[in-house]
Design a protein around this ligand. Structure first.
Ligand code: FAD
Length: 463
């Protein structure tokens, strides 16, 4: 008789957990997975997927403007939030169903309940109020992350991204707090849907970690579209008035009123209640499960992948870490996921696509850097009277000619960056990029026709 109930038990059926469970089962392992909320995890249920639907929904207002320039007469536009929610929820349920079916087809036991450690090989599962235990030879922690709220008076009145996907009605005024991609994306989404949005961030500029030119370009473009961005501003308290209006008070400056206040001020690994101490699993200084390059924890038979390890909190990264784990442990092919040159996007309006080093990082790591940068008016906006510009920037190591980073702010930037990432990851040189014939007329052709290194005016003046 087998010593354990399962060869592998996975905690969390999100991006990482589902991939690992399926691959292990396909290798012949007996696999169980527990999911405490809904199969599909953050990405499918309250992350990337519903967010992208909201981005699409919110972009139409701008498209209608462009359409008029092209000669279209579009009737009075009206957005029905509840109709959108119904369609969005139907699609999310469909995708979650596919995930469930895939697990079933691979022969994985799915337990809809929460799991916590009793000892290093035993998990307690709580399903609809009933508990039982299972044992497993190997365990994978793939419990993801969750929104983290600061300790500010009145914080009980605010929502997080979790609730933003299902607001009962579209507010008239909204305050969104945070400078990361989630705050920025939701600010653009709700602004596009006609909400009067104020984005508030305590730092000097939004999107820390992105290239400086990208950060300032996006703020300019958001301002041009009428989105209010208040920087270097942090909440002292949030007051709920008797009429239900929420008033944000800051140390200085005027208070801001809103119907909804959303905080997107960071996320934390989902480790609470997991009983990691009972298994002896250690956390790192950031409170994430500490793992090595193979996603193994300090306990020999326990691994962790995805947001709970706080390496790079992105869906494809969780999936690749999970696949590397399965290859290593169940296919006898030791595999590490390389976290370098992972492309990222911010689905702001206009959106950002970025891969590789920022200019600041490159200047820190390399002796001499050449910057190629262009700001231009996209052709598709020829017939509208505004001043939107696309930004494209290449960061190049002068000695080797390698393109170390590529940064785009503008329509289709994320689509372009997925392909540019192949070249950056492959270590291609600027000369090789230039060798590639342009595809005309596109915005992307600018990436292979940037001839002269960029020299900011102030540098030219100083010479
Ligand atoms: P998750 O997908 O979060 O799955 C963890 C699962 O574990 C959850 O379903 C949870 O319910 C379950 N769980 C937790 N504890 C237990 C327990 N004790 N027992 C049983 N089950 C448990 N990434 C991108 O790449 N692109 C994007 O555009 C993007 N947009 C995002 C937008 C938002 C608003 C958010 C919040 C995230 C976004 N992300 C995006 C990040 C992406 O969603 C995560 O990186 C990804 O889902 C991580 O996968 P995971 O498997 O680590 O965890």
């Amino acid at each position: 008789m087998a010593q354990y109930d399962y060869d592998l038990f996975v905690i969390g059926a999100g991006s990482g957990g589902v991939r690992a469970a399926r691959l292990a089962a396909m290798a012949g392992a007996k696999v169980g997975v527990a999911e405490s909320y809904r199969v599909g995890g953050t990405c499918v249920i309250r992350g990337c997927v519903p967010k992208k639907f909201m981005v699409y929904a919110s972009e139409f207002a701008r498209e209608f403007e462009l359409a008029a320039g092209y000669g279209w007469t579009v009737g009075e536009a009206h957005f029905d939030w509840r109709a959108f929610l119904a369609n969005k929820d139907k699609e999310i349920a469909r995708i979650s169903g596919i995930y469930t079916r895939n697990l079933n087809n691979a022969g994985v036991d799915l337990i809809l309940g929460s799991a916590s450690f009793v000892d290093p090989h035993t998990l307690e599962l709580t399903e609809r109020g009933k508990t039982h235990t299972v044992t497993a030879a190997k365990i994978l922690i793939a419990t993801g992350g969750r929104p983290k709220l600061p300790d500010v008076p009145g914080i009980e009145h605010v929502i997080t991204s979790n609730e933003a996907f299902n607001l009962p009605r579209l507010p008239k005024r909204m305050v969104i707090v945070g400078g990361g991609y989630i705050a920025v994306e939701f600010a653009c989404i709700f602004h596009g849907l006609g909400v009067d949005v104020t984005l508030i961030y305590r730092g000097a500029n939004i999107l820390r970690g992105f290239d400086e030119d990208v950060r300032s370009h996006l703020v300019d473009e958001m301002n041009k579209r009428g989105l209010k961005v208040l920087l270097s501003c942090s909440h002292e308290r949030i007051e709920m008035r008797p009429d239900g209006v929420l008033v944000s008070h800051f140390g200085e400056g005027l208070p801001v009123e809103a119907d909804v206040v959303m905080f997107a001020t960071g996320r934390e690994p989902n480790v609470e209640g997991l009983g990691l101490d009972k298994a002896g699993v250690k956390l790192n200084d950031q409170g994430a499960v500490a793992v090595d390059d193979y996603s193994r924890t300090n306990v020999e038979h326990i691994w962790a992948v995805g947001d709970v390890t706080d390496r790079l909190a992105l869906t494809p990264v969780a999936i690749r870490e999970a696949a590397a784990f399965a290859q290593t442990v169940f296919y006898d092919r030791p595999t590490r996921f390389d976290h370098g040159n992972v492309p990222t996007a911010v689905f702001s309006q206009p959106p950002i696509g970025a891969v590789g080093l920022t200019e600041a990082e490159a200047r820190h790591q390399y002796k001499q850097i050449d910057i190629y940068l262009t700001r231009f008016r996209p052709m598709r906006l020829a017939f509208v009277a505004d001043d939107e510009r696309i930004l494209m920037k290449l960061v190049v190591d002068r000695a080797s000619g390698r393109v170390l980073g590529c940064h785009i702010v503008g329509h289709d930037g994320p689509e372009m960056i997925q392909l540019a990432a192949i070249a950056v990851k492959a270590g291609l040189t600027k000369a090789q990029w230039d060798d590639t014939c342009a595809l005309h007329p596109t915005a992307a052709e600018e990436l292979v026709t940037l001839r002269e290194p960029y020299r900011p005016q102030e540098l030219v003046a100083a010479e």
